[in-house]
Design a protein around this ligand. Structure first.
Ligand SMILES: Cc1cc2nc3c(=O)[nH]c(=O)nc-3n(C[C@H](O)[C@H](O)[C@H](O)COP(=O)(O)OP(=O)(O)OC[C@H]3O[C@@H](n4cnc5c(N)ncnc54)[C@H](O)[C@@H]3O)c2cc1C
Length: 273
């Protein structure tokens, strides 16, 4: 039997999730309620959070914080987050975006998790609350590496630095059907320059490994370079380092490996498609 608990505070929800490994948080419910409706989830506790802090956005300053319950539609409605609109708009259709949360996207399995790819390129901190104590910030890479082990408690928020210029942040979702197809892959990049040369560029891929990954080879190649044709060519050559894409109903491993360098090159060159 499924039990539903509504929690007026984040601490109460975190306490339930930490004490019961079978309890599941319902964010927007686009994935978890599908499991319920299709009979894959029949036992345990579903936890809802009504605490307004869960849906709070602090997006005006240099350091941005989004509550885990913020939806893609809320991101799209906030002008301060314009640089993230392409990533939020990439999630499903309008009905899904009204429900789908930032927190839920962090748990979405490949080929979903497009927004998480954007957060990975932004090197976000994931704020996790286990039990009734205070939340702690976990680097998103560490969070994703630990995700499959489960039992992390409640994600309350994500935090990241605003890109110096909106154009420094780029996102591209590649799908066979536009505008609403499932990701063949997604790529996000933070390309900040100092004196015309790349400084600590960050590139992230979705659907090129079991969880979103950073493209360390590309980052290494671009560091200290100006983003010219030579640097882009070198980046394409390093594009597949660390990739372990799957073959699935959307694309084969071979195809993903073939097209990733092409799309990475286009993103770095600032081409629209
Ligand atoms: C038709 C359709 C199209 C979609 N298209 C896309 C797409 O293009 N790209 C994409 O990335 N995704 C897509 N999705 C998947 C999904 O809608 C999104 O990934 C969404 O962001 C998931 O968020 P949610 O709030 O609905 O998650 P939920 O279903 O509420 O939760 C998903 C999982 O995460 C856990 N969870 C959620 N929030 C928290 C939290 N704060 N703390 C701890 N655990 C939590 C839940 O317990 C559950 O296990 C699609 C889904 C559908 C149904």
């Amino acid at each position: 039997m499924l039990d539903v608990r509504s929690c007026a505070s984040l601490s109460e929800a975190a306490g339930i999730l930490s004490g019961d490994r079978q309890a599941r948080l319902v964010g927007g419910g686009t994935l978890v309620m599908r499991d319920v409706n299709e009979g894959r989830l029949t036992h345990g506790t579903l936890v809802r959070v009504t605490d307004p802090a869960f849906r709070q956005m602090n997006a005006g300053g240099a350091r941005i914080e989004l509550g885990a319950g913020v939806t893609m539609a809320m991101v799209l409605g906030n002008r301060d987050l314009a640089f993230l609109h392409p990533a939020a708009r990439a999630i499903g259709g309008p009905a899904v975006r009204t429900m789908a949360t930032v927190g839920g996207n962090l748990f979405a399995q490949t080929p979903y998790g497009d927004f998480t790819v954007a957060l990975l390129a932004l090197d976000a901190q994931v704020v996790v609350q286990a039990g009734y104590g205070a939340g702690r910030g976990v680097p998103i890479e560490e969070f994703l590496a630990a995700r499959e082990r489960g039992g992390q408690g409640l994600v309350t928020a994500v935090q990241f630095a605003r890109p110096h210029n909106p154009g420094d942040f780029r996102f591209r979702k590649i799908s066979r059907i536009r505008p609403k197809g499932i990701s063949l892959m997604s790529i996000a990049a933070l390309l900040q320059a100092a004196g015309g040369r790349m400084s600590q560029p960050r590139i992230a891929y979705g659907a090129m490994a079991p969880t979103p990954i950073r493209a360390r080879g590309v980052e290494r190649v671009l560091e200290g370079k100006s983003l010219d044709a030579g640097a882009i060519q070198a980046a394409k050559q390093a594009a597949l380092e660390g990739c372990r894409p799957a073959s699935d109903a959307i694309a084969s491993e071979w195809y993903r490996r073939e097209v990733l360098p092409v799309h990475l090159g286009r993103l770095l060159a600032g081409e629209d498609r």
